[in-house]
Design a protein around this ligand. Sequence first.
Ligand SMILES: Nc1ncnc2c1ncn2[C@@H]1O[C@H](COP(=O)(O)OP(=O)(O)O)[C@@H](O)[C@H]1O
Ligand SMILES: [Mg+2]
Length: 336
Amino acid sequence: MPSPPLLEVKDLYVQFPTPKGVVNAVSGVSFTVAPGETVAIVGESGSGKSVSSLAVMGLLGTGRIADGSVLLRGEELVGTDPERLRELRGTEMAMIFQNPMTSLDPLFTIGDQLVEAMRAHRRISRREARARALELLREVGLPDPERRIRSYPHELSGGQQQRVMIAIALACEPALLIADEPTTALDVTVEAQILDLLRRMQRDHGTALLLITHDMAVVAEMADRVVVMYAGQVVEQGPVREVLRSPSNPYTRALIDSIPLPTTPRDRPMPAIGGSVPTITEMPPGCRFHPRCPSVQDRCAREAPPLREVGAGRASRCWLHETAGAALGGEVRRAG
Ligand SMILES: Nc1ncnc2c1ncn2[C@@H]1O[C@H](COP(=O)(O)OP(=O)(O)O)[C@@H](O)[C@H]1O
Ligand SMILES: [Mg+2]
């Protein structure tokens, strides 16, 4: 029996005011994260990954949840009061971002920021918090933590700053950690170290991880399940190994094809997907991917395909599933 979800996002719509009126940045997104599980949300820039995760955290700024539900351990977060959300952010869920400098306060030492994070939500003496801070910095592999605890953020490298952010996120022992492109700003060696750290943290603390990335290679390495997003919608989801082996959706296939193989010569250009993600004010009619889709049919420009079950725990949004067997090498199964 799979455990009941820690996080359940159901039919989420998020709107932003724009000069062209109010528009949906995210339209009907649903996914779950079980305790201790790693779920990746993958898609190109502009797909709605960050907006979806900020909605969970209650950090949408000018945006608002227009419809849908966000349940954390069964508790409805949509419409709950900001005070309760703040409390949950310090205890049950935490988030780290692509650029740690936007979250770290340049005016305070990293020790002070860690101590603050702990004392904001727990009765713990300054002295105890300091000791725990040192422990956490050691745990996230910051070199020379006794000295570094007195450093200011700008005195650390990008990779070290991200380690500090992970320490701050873990300080309140959250059940859910959301990491939004945590390694996108780092070089590949440091990226590997940070991903390794996240994996270890998760193993040691049993934290569930919602990992946001544009990179299928990161998904392959890290996640149990994957949610593929395009233009504000989920277009495919399922267990990572199955989805990678036999993607149901042409967009997923394109993302997989853009992973460079170890054997790919460095000088060969990556087979990128032509065109780009439509902006929220100019969504194409029908299937939102149809203008870029290699498998496009007449119907795709007129009618929007539904998200359909295509196997156990798997779903995909594509008209190809109606013409069974024709899809993507024939591995696609019909629902029911
Ligand atoms: N504050 C905002 N105001 C207006 N539109 C926004 C805002 N934030 C995000 N969007 C739009 O919502 C869509 C999804 O954005 P985002 O979730 O940041 O994408 P991703 O994280 O997948 O790159 C994009 O079209 C983006 O332009
Ligand atoms: Mg983003």
